[in-house]
Write a protein that binds this ligand. Sequence first.
Ligand code: HPA
Length: 272
Amino acid sequence: MLSSIQIEKSVEYLQAQGFDAPEIGIVLGTGLGKLVDSIENPLLAHYNQIPSFPLATVEFHSGKLIYGNLGGKKVVVMQGRFHLYEGYDFIDITYPIRVMHALGITKLLVSNAAGAINLDMKKGDMMLIDDHINLQGGSPLAFKGVSEFGERFTDMSAPYDKKMNGILKELAKEKGVPLHEGVYASVVGPQLETRAEYRMLKIMGADAVGMSTVPEVIVANHLGLPVIAVSVLTDECDPDNLEPVNVPEIIEIAGKAEPLMVDLFKGLIERL
Ligand code: HPA
C-alpha cells in the first residue's frame, strides 16, 4: 500500500540533496536519455539511494533522477523508468511521478519508444499522444486509500494537456519536424505482439503500441498534473509483412530520433 509518509521520506532526501522546487518533471524513454546532457548544473540521485523508492533490479542499476536547469526552468528528469514487465506493480512504476509532484512539479513531459500500428507512420517518426488505450490489465489507482491522494474516479476525458500539445505542434511546424498525432495503446510486454495482436490493436483504434507511459499518465491525471507525451516510433508493426523483432535496431532508431525530441522538449519548456 502507498503511504504519504513514504513519499515524504523520498522528498526529504531529495530536497536535502538540493532538488529545490523543480517546476517540470520529465520521463525519458528507451534510447532517449541524451536530454540529460543539456541540463545545466545537474545533481544526481540514483534510484537505489532514494528512501522508499522501488528497489531497482540489477539490469536497471543505472536509473536515476537528475535535477537542474533546462530551457530556463528548474527540471527533474527520470533517466530510466520502471516497467511492469520487470516485475514491479502499478504502484511501484508510478511512485516516482508522485514524488516529483510532491517536490513541486506543475507539468509532466513523458517520452517513450513505440511500435507503429498506423502504417502511415514510419520508423524514426515522432507521434504526439493525443489519447490512449490501457491494455495493461490493471490501474495504478486501484488500491486501498487512493482517495487520500486524489479523486478515485479520476476523469480521463482529456488525459493530455491541450495547451502543451498546441505549443508542441506549433514548435514542430516552425522547426519543420514532422509530428504525427495519435492513440497509444499500452501492453505489459515484455514479449512483442503477434500478428493477430497487431491486427487487433489496429481495429481497436491504436496508432502506436508500447509498454509504458499510460500508468504514469493516469497518475498525473489523478494528481491534477498537466501532462504531454511523445512516442518515437521504432518499428513498423505490419502484420502482413512482420519481421522478427530487433531490439538493438529499436534502440538505434530511438537514438537517431533523439536529437529532434530533445529539441522539441527544450523548446516546449522555454515556452511554458
Ligand atoms: N510493441 C510493443 N512495444 C514496443 C514496440 C512494439 O512493437 N516497439 C517498441 N516498443
